[in-house]
Design a protein around this ligand. Sequence first.
Ligand SMILES: [Fe+2]
Length: 412
Amino acid sequence: MTDTTATSTPPLDLTEQERQADLDLDQLKQLVGLVEYDESTDPFPVTGWDAIVFVVGNATQTAHYYQSAWGMELVAYSGPENGNRDHKAFVLKSGSIRFVVKGAVSPDSPLIAHHAKHGDGVVDISLEVPDVDRCIAQAKAAGATVLQEPETVTDEHGAIRVAAIATYGETRHTLVQRVVDGQTYAGPYLPGYVARTSGFVKRDGAPKRLFQALDHIVGNVELGRMDEWVGFYNRVMGFVNMAEFIGDDIATEYSALMSKVVANGNHRVKFPLNEPAIAKKRSQIDEYLDFYSGPGAQHLALATNDILRTVDELRTEGVEFLDTPDAYYDDPQMRARIGEVRVPIEELKARGILVDRDEDGYLLQIFTKPLGDRPTVFFEIIERHGSLGFGKGNFKALFESIEREQDKRGNL
Ligand SMILES: [Fe+2]
């Protein structure tokens, strides 16, 4: 199926990345809540995630961390050795997820100013689309800021068509069309990148991969602007509001926030959007906005089909998670609400894994501490069993846990 074109893409097909990762549609329906939809009437059809691009202070070491601690695989590279004198970029994969970590080489690199302002973080949530020109025409008609006009970029592996639009803060959506004139681009990532593997050897017994797919990326936006960004995704990109659409304040004793969720037609791409709400003390969203110097991507949810093993492996490698107090598991109301899940609650309690249930099923989730030096971006590990939610029932417990950390940092 390499001759897929803009008009003949079936409603539910695997992406090339999913195919390469040996995932199937049933798995993806469970892992990330993929749904059937007809893209023929979608003004801005999105196939799925293309890559999540991070700017970091030291890409060389970050690339090692994602391999050694997170079990990702180095697949491509761009840097001074192949003509890119501005920065180094390492492309890492786990399942269908592609991360790109970029760090400045040249003292004149624009990445330096970006990193000085924001610290380590997500600069680009890049999306694969079947027709870049159609998307940009729609984006312009809906008043979006186009950062890069559509252009065809080629190398010896073929051609891609690419453009970019602005979203919250200094975050962008690069739109990548990987099938141009009936030909699928055959390079390891984008033109300008070379295939690269690393000498890193996984220890004996290490699992093949710790997560299979990206479930959602949460954006933190300024006070009073959440609805504006929900409207942006509705209007510009045709995203729909998901069932778990929480307009009320989510409040703990000290802080509050509001959250709403938008998704593309097939639900591969889901964006919860948070804004702080006025409360007694400063919320975790306020802390993020201060330390990221504005809106940005707060967390990335990585989908696994075995959260217990994933969490155990990550802890072995020194990854730190937020604590969940024993009281969470011992609360009879909570127990009643959770009901039966696939493992004894004691197994979850031992690892601090949270559970949430709704009318469709349940989900298991846990959150890491911030990944970098600033209290900004972090990961969630999620295992879905029917639930298409985001852990609404855990928000209070989660936020209280974040507040304990925030308080230790002197930022509450
Ligand atoms: Fe989440």
